[in-house]
Design a protein around this ligand. Sequence first.
Ligand code: GUE
Length: 284
Amino acid sequence: MSAQILDGKATAAAIKSELAVRVEALKARGVTPGLGTLLVGDDPGSRWYVNGKHRDCAQVGIASIQRELPDTATQEEIEAVVRELNDNPDCTGYIVQLPLPKGIDTNRVLELMDPAKDADGLHPVSLGRLVLGIEGPLPCTPYGIIQLLRHHGVTINGAHVVVVGRGITVGRSIPLLLTRKSENATVTQCHTGTRDLAAQLKQADIVVAAAGVPHIIKPEDVKPGAAVLDVGVSRDEHGKIVGDVHPGVAEVAAWISPNPGGVGPMTRAQLLVNVVEAAERAAG
Ligand SMILES: Nc1nc(=O)c2c([nH]1)NC[C@@H]1CN(c3ccc(C(=O)N[C@@H](CCC(=O)O)C(=O)O)cc3)C=[N+]21
């Protein structure tokens, strides 16, 4: 048996063509959504991601506002750009590419962002709204994963989901989404303090592997017929992506997300959704 593919590339393309229509409608009302990015330093990986986000914007008609600072930038210089983006009417949503250089207080930078322009869905106000059930931008990777499952008809309602990892961008926030009435899953969160990860995984109808540990999910730990989402992006010595999911899992699972080509493109598509929805909210 070989698992069916949760095709992030194709699903993201479908979301993008739907978004292009909404962007046209906004433009007809005199509003052009604009995504801002702030990149600090010249890490080639970060630059590559940021460029990809602007390519995505061009595809759906969203304007791009690119800001860059050298890795020697001070806290004050970074905060000045954040204030400029907050005040810039062409920028309807933006992200501060993470990680920021050592010595920078990242939380102070993120808290300074206008929550109405939070494209990542990770601003403290956005996460608070998510907990309280108030409408707002949703964290991109978690919501991208849910869209990927829905698009392929994988049942979330009533499913037992095992999340591996507790990082802010995925592990910490995806249980908040999955346990909403609209998703209605039962969630177990595993992390480095979990005593018997294999025993937990065996119970899972859906596994979200977001530990950042290469091949931590092994075929013998996965329940036959499960859906497995590979969020990990470690790199081998040749710079090739190594996911959290061992390739042998494809012989046991019913559904698997490829990596690359799975969760990554969905994260980028959801960023665009957040920008368009922020512009729609601002337009009233
Ligand atoms: N403020 C902020 N927001 C982020 O969302 C954010 C960030 N900082 N810092 C870095 C991480 C990483 N991240 C990725 C998004 C898409 C792919 C992606 O689309 N990957 C492709 C290609 C991968 C490749 O070949 O390199 C794929 O999976 O198919 C990867 C990684 C967003 N991040």
